[in-house]
Design a protein around this ligand. Structure first.
Ligand SMILES: Nc1ncnc2c1ncn2[C@@H]1O[C@H](COP(=O)(O)OP(=O)(O)OP(=O)(O)O)[C@@H](O)[C@H]1O
Length: 597
């Protein structure tokens, strides 16, 4: 039996733990961490500005952790631009939503960039999400960790007293001007109410959310709050939601899928109103996908992690090639037990076992083409010094992944390294006498020379071939260790893991797939157990040509009735038209390539 004191201690401990929940800084793709975050650098070092004013529709696409020069920009469309203006220029409390692939994450990154420029102080804009994985996609923290909010409901006064003892959290509650919450569909109503009340109490301000501007995004047709066999209570159901959210805006243009028929089918799936014709189309997708020329099997999505581990282990064991194990190099200032927990939550595993032939998924963003979610195959293991990179790919820091590795006609052996005297333009590395290697790359017809010093690294790394998806050539990349880390609010590194940024990818969990775009995917719907799960899984596919669906039953694909009812009240809430004359780009989607210095 717990007495009041021991319960109080336990709750206090939970709050303290919540404070230390992960704050990941991964190369954003985010969502892919699609964000501008640079995996190996602190977010305080912002990339060169790409949103020229709050009204500019340009946003950084997934960025390389190693080669900023290759970043590409995409333009926000008119709907996205209108929302950006409302939240940044007009300071409105907004919930913006839209079906899968409508660019919510991309817009959110643009908003974060713009707000950080508007409020120059680092504490003004708080970036949070409902789960650690979602937070990692936007370079933020979980809402629990940010606000030192107890993971389970606790007595309000006690919760307040705990936060008051956590100075960094208290400071955040008091100094934040804008709070962003991503993947809000997984925040339940009671939690939303609690954080609203905490804000008002700690800021001694009766205005909605204590006067903090609230920007919330997500899609309630996707994953619901964890409810353990009970009916979930969605955030939109609580009174505080109605009081705090001034505008609900819906993005309607789907970017992920280009085929209108597929977009329409997914929309039926989202709403759980599947016509017989749609059902027949999904059933017809049970055929196996045609073999991929690069030998990549469709990634299977499973609801449970154990199924994922089992499937990947069996495939790996079937390969007769030699095993290469990569044990992470871990460090950090948190006490051992806490550090272990933080490390456990990271996407990068402590031990990664690979073989030639293994199907792998990138868990960092390299650029717009190779992102967190890209699937490829291991074709060999090589030292950095063995590798001849393609033109212009020499990494600036010298220790990032080596892109565009040139292969011999056998398609798996890198071309022999050319010494710098043979070909100055592409010279990758040449061994120096002192345990250092140096490379000199002539840039701009020899006018500008970049000197790159690289620590000698004898470790053999996986060389991975990523197939072409857009008619371009496949690309071989040598993936070296990259950094995954968790920091506290002061920037102290609590836990740091150096690991090769790959996971096995014959199968992945639906939870991990959230936010990703997968080009060849196989989904067995017989195994899904939660409303929204089928929609999340199927909407990862970029096209019907790359989607195999097993055991499709229209009756199993349901939207939650509460979400449907609420959604029907939103029909007329699309972003107001934006005056494009005053913005620096058109509202249409224009892909641009930009070279940044
Ligand atoms: N304005 C745009 N122009 C071009 N591409 C875009 C634009 N907005 C988004 N995209 C692309 O569309 C794809 C889906 O975008 P994003 O992941 O932001 O959608 P989402 O609404 O967050 O999806 P989900 O709900 O499934 O996570 C990504 O590849 C993204 O780069």
């Amino acid at each position: 039996m717990f007495d009041a004191a021991s319960k109080a201690n336990r709750d206090h401990e939970l709050v303290k733990r919540a404070l230390l929940l992960p704050r990941f800084f991964m190369a954003s793709t985010s969502k892919k961490r699609k964000f501008e975050g640079n995996a190996s650098k602190r977010p305080t070092k912002q990339p060169r500005r790409t949103i020229d004013s709050f009204f500019s529709p340009q946003v950084l696409a997934p960025a390389s952790s190693s080669n900023d020069n290759d970043r590409k920009m995409v333009s926000l469309n008119a709907e996205q631009n209108a929302i950006l203006r409302q939240v940044v220029d007009e300071g409105k409390n907004v919930f913006f939503t839209g079906s899968a692939g409508t660019g919510k994450s991309l817009l959110l990154r643009a908003i974060i960039n713009a707000l950080k420029r508007k409020y120059k102080t680092p504490d003004a804009v708080a970036v949070t999400a409902s789960t650690g994985m979602a937070a990692s996609n936007i370079g933020g923290m979980t809402i629990h960790a940010w606000g030192a909010v107890a993971p389970t409901p606790t007595e309000f006064e006690f919760q307040i007293s705990c936060i008051k003892k956590c100075r960094p959290a208290l400071q955040r509650w008091r100094q934040t001007k804008v709070l962003i919450i991503d993947e809000v569909s997984m925040v339940d109503g009671p939690l939303f109410t609690r954080i609203c009340k905490i804000a008002e109490n700690l800021r001694k301000n009766d205005h909605p959310f204590g006067g903090i501007q609230l920007i919330v995004t997500g899609d309630f047709f996707q994953l619901p709050p964890v409810a353990k066999n009970a009916t979930p209570v969605f955030a939109f159901e609580c009174d505080e939601w109605k009081r705090c959210i001034e505008h609900t805006l819906t993005l309607t243009h789907v970017f992920r899928q280009k085929d209108d028929e597929f977009v329409d089918l997914l929309n039926q799936l989202r709403l759980g109103t599947i016509t017989p014709a749609a059902s027949a189309t999904f059933k017809a997708l049970s055929r196996p996908l045609p073999p991929d020329p690069a030998g990549i099997l469709p990634t299977e999505l499973f609801p449970l992690r154990q199924e994922v581990d089992r499937a990947n282990s069996a495939r790996l064991a079937a390969l007769t090639t030699a095993e290469h194990s990569f044990h992470s190099r871990d460090s950090g200032t948190a006490p051992d037990d806490k550090r272990a927990k933080l490390l456990e939550n990271m996407m990068a595993p402590q031990k990664l076992v690979l073989k030639v032939g293994a199907q792998v998924m990138l868990i960092k963003n390299l650029d717009e083409r190779l992102v967190n979610g890209s699937v490829g195959k291991v074709i060999g293991f090589w030292r950095q010094g063995d590798i001849q990179a393609g033109p212009g790919i020499l990494t600036k820091s010298g220790n990032g992944p080596i892109r565009n590795v040139r292969l011999q006609p056998d398609g798996k052996t890198p071309e022999p390294r050319i010494s710098k005297n043979d070909n100055k333009e592409n010279a990758p590395v040449s061994a120096g006498p002192s345990g250092k290697v140096k490379a000199e790359a002539d840039k701009g017809k020899g006018k500008e020379k970049a000197k790159v010093a690289v620590s000698r690294d004898e470790e053999q790394y996986p060389l991975v071939e990523f197939p072409a998806l857009d008619g371009s050539d496949s690309e071989a990349v040598l993936l070296v260790r990259d950094e995954f880390r968790v920091e506290d609010s002061q920037g102290t590194v609590l836990a740091r893991r150096m690991q090769v940024p790959l996971i096995l990818a014959w199968s992945i969990s639906i939870h991990k797939s959230q936010g990703q775009t997968i080009h060849r995917v196989k989904i067995d719907l017989g195994k899904v157990f939660e409303k929204g799960q089928s929609y999340v899984a199927l909407s990862r596919a970029a096209s019907m040509g790359g989607l195999q669906v097993l055991r499709f039953e229209a009756s199993k694909v349901q939207a939650h009735p509460k979400v449907l009812k609420w959604n029907s009240t939103l029909q007329n809430h699309q972003p107001p038209p934006v005056n494009l004359a005053s913005s620096s780009g058109s509202g249409s989607v224009a892909q641009q390539t930009s070279k940044e210095g």
